[in-house]
Ligand binder design. Sequence first.
Ligand code: HEC
Length: 135
Amino acid sequence: MQPRLQPSSKAWISAGALMLLLSAPFTLAQQPAGDDTGQQAFNNSCRTCHSMKEGDNRLGPNLNKIVGRKAGSLPNYNYSSSMKEAGFAWDQDKLTRFMVKPDEVVSGHKMQPYGGVSAEEASKVFAYLQAAGGQ
Ligand code: HEC
């Protein structure tokens, strides 16, 4: 009258464990969009004042879809008149130069206090703006 161990229960447990093992690497392999060094550079130099999220204006306007966006064009942000009247759309050249020397691209802007970044940092940040901005 010994209760017999169900032969199938052990097999089910190992099958479950195997499934977990197999699914783990796929979860780990998922990477956020964009390049880490670009994001790091953005966090260091821009994130205090800028968000990449649509509608999320801080001290500076949000930078969602900034590549190709007209300068000074968000309706719900209070730009300086120089920025509003800049009259160009942001492209790679304008953005990287603005990050290095803002005054040379839009004189009279109010992006302050901002110390500027090196050309190398600027190109890293540009890659992040493009990747994270939804283009
Ligand atoms: C100290 C706060 C501050 C920091 C740091 C800062 N910004 Fe700004 N940024 C502003 C403000 C304020 C404006 C609005 C300027 C105006 O209206 O003249 C602005 C405007 C801009 C614009 C124009 C946006 C538009 O809608 O036309 C871009 C592009 C920009 N910043 C990019 C950057 C990038 C990239 C960095 C980092 C390398 C950065 N900013 C760092 C405050 C900041």
